[in-house]
Design a protein around this ligand. Sequence first.
Ligand code: CA
Length: 714
Amino acid sequence: MIRTGFALAALIALASCGMLEEGEAEGGITHAALVNAGDNDADWITHGRTYSEQRFSPLQQINAETVGDLGLEWFADMDTARGQEATPLVMDGKLYLTTAWSKVRAFDAASGEPLWDYDPEVPGETAVKACCDVVNRGLATWGDKLFLGTLDGRLIALNRDSGEVEWETVTVDQSQSYTVTGAPRIIDGKVIIGNGGAEFGVRGYVAAYDVADGEELWRFYTVPEGNEDEASPKYLKAAAETWSGDALVGEDAIGGGGTVWDSMAYDPDLDLLYIGVGNGSPWNRAYRSPGEDGTGEGDNLYLSSIVAIRPSSGEYVWHYQTTPGETWDYTATQHIILADMEIDGSERQVLMQAPKNGFFYVIDRATGKFISAEPYVAVNWASGIGEDGRPIENPETRVDKTGKPAIVTPGALGGHNWHPMAYHPGENLVYIPAFEAAMVYAPEANWKPDRARGFNVGFNLGAGDLPPDLGIRREVVGTLKGKLVAWDPVSQEAKWTVDHPGPWNGGLLATGGGLVFQGTAGSEFNAYSAATGDKVWSFGAQTGVVAPPITYTVDGEQYVAVLAGWGGAYAITVDGGLLNDLAPVRNISRLLVFKLGGEAELPPEPELAALPLDPPPSRAAKQTIALGAEKYARYCAVCHAPAAVGSTVLPDLRRSGTLGNKQSWMAVVSDGILKDNGMVSFAESLSPEEIEAVRAYVIHRANEDKAMEPDPAT
Ligand code: CA
């Protein structure tokens, strides 16, 4: 009897499996649910809420009239203290999110009751492969599963109810410096995920995996391998024509870059997947694609491009390159938004992006044809974009292997980075979390790639270090600006702008309640009028907020949620004590959830005590300190901040207890005794003399900065 029952149940299960159409999910989220996510006001089931990635919710219970009653309903502290960049997903009254170190947590979305946690146990030493902190930007869902990309390059399917692993697969060559920080997208039963690592000599691609078992279905490389032949895909042969020299091939091959580390969007009617492609590896085109005279030539497709792909097959359809021959780390991996609007009297299907290069682009998403572009921040590398869609470049800003350095704006952090924008269809405005931070690009004459460790960019990154003068430092840091720009994509101009005290503010959410929500580097979480930019509500978050908010309903009540916690590329490379007019910003990683009438309170804000600087005396020879400075800039600055000024997120080496002890310093830097914290051995890349020179340099810098500290007695 029992056996019959079991057999019958198995038969029914088989039958229902057999009835599934291709691409349909068994229970839970289906292709139709994702295509129609815009009609589902209650939930937030894909990264940008819909495939068009507008981050607009029609919910309007919280609006200009009621927002005064918005209060904290519940919060949850995270168990990591690194950058938090994730967009939560919500469905069936449950909220799912990722945190730093690719961990996943599930909560009851109304009460905050924790449901389950999952830790993929990313090895600590993976941190050294990450350009921009050990962040993760979110999940995807299909059927009854959640999908997660981990920092060490795995794609993992979890059971949504239990958090248990259903399958996992490795998506990258883990012997190279690939990382995964982006949120997957799912199209018709295929999980799409890219990767990062263009600062470390990798070759970028995006790939699709079967939701059922993780089998790789297709892989789309964004840059040529350098040895294309007749059998190579046509689009890669075409790309190879735009590269010169043989830097892509052989022992010292430079990878080429073009990583797809964040943005994607999908148009179900056109059946096109749009991907944003990153910068070149190395940054300096003269080393990547030297040309006849060695100063660099070629567009280097498909760097800094938006590429349209057929999601079923991975077939190339069209591309638009924002920065031909990019050399400034001008990725086009920034958020892509799809919308329909009237331009010059006709209804257009457009794709919009504000890539790092400072121009806001409107492109025809059916054809890839350029429509218009204007600068949304100060720009000096190009005077404009011509009618043919190519930039009108300022030759003074291109630096090759030798010659004068150039101060270029935007710098490598861009005019806009990964922080999501939002689009309000009623206002026809795009809200851009923008900033202004110029950068010094200085040539490095005899640069050689080192794919084992360190930044592979082909510029001297120490050239822009500020002198040990508090006045000059404050002045330069004061030129760094952050703003919220409400951009009209038809007239290509700002309708309104909110100035923030500093750069690196949070991603955005626009709502049918006429509001725009944004967290700030200044530890606030704010609501603004979508029409005017007037600040209508503010909450003290105790920590810098960089992640984008979402909104959802449970039992008819509207909630707004945001993951707070300072970190990411800018946060780990900026002097924590000199954030413009801001107090030092610290990381308190915490999910904040609000609703009308919410009355929860955060615990008191802890004191942030900076230890006084107490370095050993600086006695090393000038040449030793200079050698240390050079090696520090290439191998250490990416995590421990340029000029060793320290941040509030990662250890400040000027205050390191090992500074005064050659053996302890060597044990950390050469033997890698702290590798589980992310501090691996650099013995492959640095000789013992060079490691000792780095110690001498940090001691020298600590003494310079100690001399600048105000006398505690006064
Ligand atoms: Ca980059």
